[in-house]
Design a protein around this ligand. Structure first.
Ligand SMILES: Cc1cc2nc3c(=O)[nH]c(=O)nc-3n(C[C@H](O)[C@H](O)[C@H](O)COP(=O)(O)OP(=O)(O)OC[C@H]3O[C@@H](n4cnc5c(N)ncnc54)[C@H](O)[C@@H]3O)c2cc1C
Length: 305
């Protein structure tokens, strides 16, 4: 186990924001996690899990903690069942399984980060969610040291939610996913088409954490306003947070180096000099404005560490 000290974390996040970790340990498998947790206990410090860093905001003064940095692991693919270590990159898995003739999850292409992070937050895009492919999830409880396999039906998956997000003591170490037989060329085409669509919508390659807020469940009058204006049906009475932010006049609002994107108002973007303080203040302003105008409470999708 290689223990590093005072490691700046900004470059490990897509926001490009955040101070140093007091201790920083790369973990690639369950044993590494055990060892890193034992070190944190020995130092009487909390631990923090950092995977692809695409959905986190790290404080400016860093983390007085042991950061378990999840790194690339390995996977097997047998008869359409993919078993992958938590640190496998989601897009690489989609591409590589597609090349072997298994897929069905190409609409998730381009969501940055690891497969473990994706399962924890039930990542989704263009109507597809990772929960639809999960068979089981292996996780380790950081408090008790227990390891357990969770079948899909006990993972409590729903919109950007899982039992693991609700109970952060559990660290996902491996996931099993069932993929469908697909034509390799067609899978590759769908993957690249999805990424191109994301680029067209300015969803890629920005210094952000993706959608900063979850799409909230809104009162009937707001849902009706959305459906009439957009001509689409709301799902689960949710309306897009970006739509509310724009309606509240907060598109393009900024604090310091942080801005609510003009192209995608639910992205808070680091224009180069943003601090975590700027992002938090802007988020607070947006929440207040949306609440005051629509009575809707926005909740962060990004993890504020
Ligand atoms: C440009 C951009 C576009 C995005 N588009 C989408 C999108 O279309 N759809 C979508 O759903 N998301 C999107 N996201 C958000 C993000 O990519 C996903 O939430 C992703 O699944 C996070 O994975 P990660 O490995 O980067 O996790 P991290 O950001 O490292 O971690 C996020 C949280 O999960 C916890 N965590 C990570 N791994 C584990 C684990 N193994 N066990 C327990 N807890 C863990 C961390 O402690 C942290 O609290 C986007 C982000 C960016 C930057």
């Amino acid at each position: 186990m290689r223990i590093q000290e005072n490691i700046p974390l900004a470059s490990f996040t897509t926001f490009g924001i955040g101070g140093p970790a007091l201790y920083f340990i790369d973990v690639a498998n369950e044993q590494d996690v055990h060892d890193a947790l034992a070190f944190a206990r020995e130092k009487s410090l909390p631990h923090i899990v950092l995977a692809g860093g695409s959905n986190v905001l790290i404080p400016d003064d860093g983390l007085r903690a042991v950061v378990l940095h999840i790194v690339e692991g390995s996977y097997t693919l047998q008869d359409g069942v993919l078993t992958a270590d938590f640190g496998c990159n989601l897009l690489s898995l989609i591409r590589e399984c597609g090349a072997h003739g298994f897929g069905g999850w190409e609409k998730l292409s381009g969501i940055p980060g690891t497969v473990g992070g994706a399962v924890r937050g039930n990542a989704g895009a263009f109507g597809s969610e990772i929960k639809d492919f999960v068979v089981s999830v292996s996780a380790l409880n950081s408090k008790s040291g227990e390891t357990k396999d969770f079948e899909n039906n006990v993972c409590d998956f729903s919109y950007r939610r899982s039992i693991f997000k609700d109970n952060p003591d559990w660290i996902i170490t491996r996931v099993a996913l069932e993929l469908h037989r697909v034509d390799s060329a067609e899978s590759a085409r769908l993957t690249e088409e999805t990424i191109a669509e994301r680029e067209r919508r300015h969803l890629q390659n920005v210094r952000a954490a993706g959608s900063f807020f979850m799409n909230p469940i809104a009162p009937a009058n707001i849902v009706e306003m959305f459906e009439t204006e957009k001509g689409v049906k709301s799902r689960e009475n949710r309306v897009p947070a970006g739509w509310l932010i724009e309606k509240a006049g907060m598109k393009g609002a900024s604090v310091g180096g942080a801005i609510a994107s003009f192209q995608h108002p639910n992205y808070i973007v680091n224009q180069g000099t943003a601090t975590a303080h700027d992002v938090r203040n802007l988020a607070q302003m947006i929440k207040l404005e949306v609440y005051n105008q629509f009575g809707v409470e926005l909740k962060e999708e990004a993890a504020l560490l």
